[in-house]
Design a protein around this ligand. Structure first.
Ligand SMILES: Cc1cc2nc3c(=O)[nH]c(=O)nc-3n(C[C@H](O)[C@H](O)[C@H](O)COP(=O)(O)OP(=O)(O)OC[C@H]3O[C@@H](n4cnc5c(N)ncnc54)[C@H](O)[C@@H]3O)c2cc1C
Ligand code: SF4
Length: 600
């Protein structure tokens, strides 16, 4: 009985997993494949990409040609069915309304969370990224090294399917044979970018995205994923066979009905459900981890959103995977005599060291790409190529004025036209109408390029979240209040991005409309807006300075784990989700081992 209700769920489980996104999906998958009985509690509704994804709808079938609106910022067909920048009845508070102190929080409320529509860029952290403090004296080292996580990166890549290449570049790890799928062909704009950036000494290499460029190796990979476990091998082989390779024609942000890209709902949950070990209770908004008399977690309390009633579920182990800030919120709201400042908060670090990715963008137009024949260039939906950080040595020598690096995500090509395709081209045409306008649109279509910098933020004392003393959501649950501040390192990094992008664009023979923004404070995107928020319950080697140990296990409550981005001790420029999944798999292996030894 995989989908359950508060009345039909079992009286107790081995493990409760809160949340069904990248972290919850990976945690539940690993545990169920090894026989643990798992209850997944998900605040959002049930969601079935295979039948609900409007994959083949054309933009002209949608209002306003499918362009973004305040309610649907990523376009009408975006896969988010509930949630976004605002969740009705579930506010949060920013301590400052000024741009510099603002934090924006994207929340998905649906089975699979944000994995239904994320960008699917899947990069490994490198060895430096786990020991940043040892390198430059800033921030924190992780209590693990790259080799601790490498086998789990291998497994996640093999399971979810990630395309990319091995280039042997500094702090940009290669994957062992059999892990990566071949990358897609670059577009003509990618080739021009690679040629011209290369002349400036900037390496352009194939991107890494969780999209199947060919069928997964269902004969060999299952044995490598689950050695000695014939049942798990059979289940994962069946799941792999049910996934089709990419069609190269439909926008991934709508979700993928043929399971060609990674979503928790199409990759993690089907085999976990097929094992018979997973029960999922959707519309279950968890607000508290309950404690037994022995000081161990006894389960969680939640609001059944369909009835508004408060309910409880019990388990030997509780895993929070509700996304970084939501997991922190649940813990801060779980107060008791022994934990007056929030559960697992004896260090006082719960909510502290919130981080996002530094973001800054430049768009431009390239005459060399004008008037090319119109062809389908929807391709991989972005990130066919990217630039890993290339200035490690200059940075370490102190020549850049900021301590951490960034990578460049590049976009271009001729995607399926919509209302926005010809919007704003007056800066090139001077304004045109009728036949001339149509000629202009054909001329400029496909000649626009986009540079997005994604950089590392150093954790600081002024970026954190706490419980607001007065505001509650519609369920009566106290909400988060955010504090945010960039340091000079991030501001200078954003200004460097702008200069670099303008330089590459010029080398491509292109132009920007407004030039490069030299002021980092104006160039940087608001905190949270890149939607890579991590930290808040960082892992460490010292229980007085961190919330969890290296196994994502809270120092204070031995059967309570956090497997989402809250445990990140730093936020490398690499997009966080592959690392979230690798950490979640590693933590689940640890839980299984400890359960076998009856230590949990
Ligand atoms: C548009 C977009 C593009 C992105 N692109 C990339 C990218 O290219 N690469 C990358 O690495 N990352 C990307 N991200 C970020 C990525 O989506 C997240 O890092 C990842 O989904 C985090 O996984 P998670 O499981 O922690 O959280 P989520 O995927 O958000 O899942 C959390 C789940 O928990 C549920 N939940 C929340 N609170 C509760 C509660 N109290 N009780 C029960 N359930 C709860 C939510 O409903 C949700 O389903 C992107 C995000 C967005 C929105
Ligand atoms: S482009 Fe490929 S992976 Fe993306 S939605 Fe279409 S078929 Fe799926």
């Amino acid at each position: 009985m995989p989908f359950v209700t508060p009345t039909s769920q079992r009286s107790s489980y081995d493990v409760i997993v809160v949340g069904s996104g990248a972290a919850g999906g990976q945690s539940a998958y690993t545990l169920c494949m090894d026989g643990a009985k798992v209850l997944m509690l998900e605040a959002g509704r049930k969601y079935t990409p295979e039948s609900e994804t409007p994959m083949f709808q054309t933009p002209d079938q949608a209002p306003l040609g499918g362009v973004g609106t305040p309610q649907k910022p990523f376009g009408f067909y975006d896969a988010t069915v509930d949630g976004g920048w605002e969740v009705p009845g579930e506010p949060y508070v920013c301590a400052s309304e000024a741009d510099a102190g603002r934090f924006e929080w994207w929340r998905a409320r649906m089975l699979g969370g944000r994995t239904n529509h994320w960008g699917r860029i899947s990069l490994r952290n490198g060895p430096y990224d786990f020991k940043p403090r040892s390198r430059d004296g800033l921030g924190f080292d992780w209590p693990i090294d790259y080799p601790d996580l490498a086998p789990y990166y291998d497994k996640v890549e093999m399971l979810i399917g990630v395309y990319g290449s091995n280039e042997g570049l500094e702090n940009t790890p290669d994957s062992p044979p059999g892990c990566l799928l071949p990358p897609p062909k670059p577009l003509v704009s990618d080739l021009l970018f690679a040629q011209r950036a290369g002349r400036l000494g900037i390496p352009v290499i194939p991107g890494h995205r969780a999209v199947l460029t060919r069928a997964l190796d269902f004969r060999r990979s299952p044995r490598r994923l689950h050695p000695g476990n014939a049942v798990a091998q059979r289940l994962v082989a069946e799941a792999m066979r049910s996934r089709a390779p990419c069609l190269w024609a439909t926008p991934c942000g709508r979700g993928c009905a043929v399971r060609a890209n990674y979503q928790s709902t199409t990759v993690h949950l089907p085999p976990a459900l097929a094992s018979g070990n997973l029960d999922i209770n959707t519309d279950a908004m968890v607000y508290e981890v309950t404690l037994g008399r022995d000081g161990r977690a006894s389960g969680v309390s939640f609001v059944d959103r369909t009835t508004g009633r408060q309910q409880h579920a019990r388990a030997r182990v509780v895993i929070l995977a509700a996304s970084a800030c939501e997991s922190v919120r649940i813990l801060l709201n779980s107060r008791s005599g022994s934990f007056a400042q929030g559960l697992a908060n004896s260090s006082g670090k719960l909510g502290r060291y919130l981080m996002d990715t530094v973001g800054s963008s430049v768009n431009g137009q390239v005459p060399l790409l004008e008037s090319l024949p119109p062809i389908n260039e929807d391709a991989a939906g972005g990130d066919q190529v990217y630039v890993p950080w290339w200035l490690y040595r200059e940075q370490l020598a102190g020549r850049l004025g900021f301590a951490r690096g960034y990578h460049i995500e590049f976009g271009g090509g001729r995607r399926m036209p919509n209302y926005g395709t010809a919007a704003g081209i007056e800066w090139l045409t001077g304004g045109s109408y009728g036949t001339r306008f149509k000629e202009d649109v054909r001329r400029y279509y496909g000649s626009f390029v986009y540079f997005d910098g994604r950089g590392e933020m150093i954790p600081n004392e002024n970026s954190y979240c706490e419980i607001d003393p007065t505001v509650k959501d519609k369920w009566g649950i106290p909400v988060l209040r955010f504090h945010w501040q960039w340091s000079e390192h991030e501001l200078r990094q954003a200004a460097h991005m702008q200069r670099t992008f303008a330089g590459v664009l010029a080398a491509m023979g292109g132009r920007t409309r407004n030039g490069a923004q030299e002021d980092g404070a104006l160039a940087i995107a608001p905190g949270g807006s890149i939607i890579h928020e991590v930290g808040g319950a960082i892992m460490g080697a010292d229980r007085t300075a961190s919330v969890t140990n290296s196994w994502c296990q809270t120092w204070d409550v031995p059967n309570l784990f956090i497997t989402d981005g809250a445990v990140f001790a730093s936020n490398a420029d690499k997009n966080p989700t592959l690392t979230i999944m690798a950490l979640a798999w590693r933590a689940a292996d640890h839980i299984l081992e400890r359960m076998r030894r009856r230590e949990l």
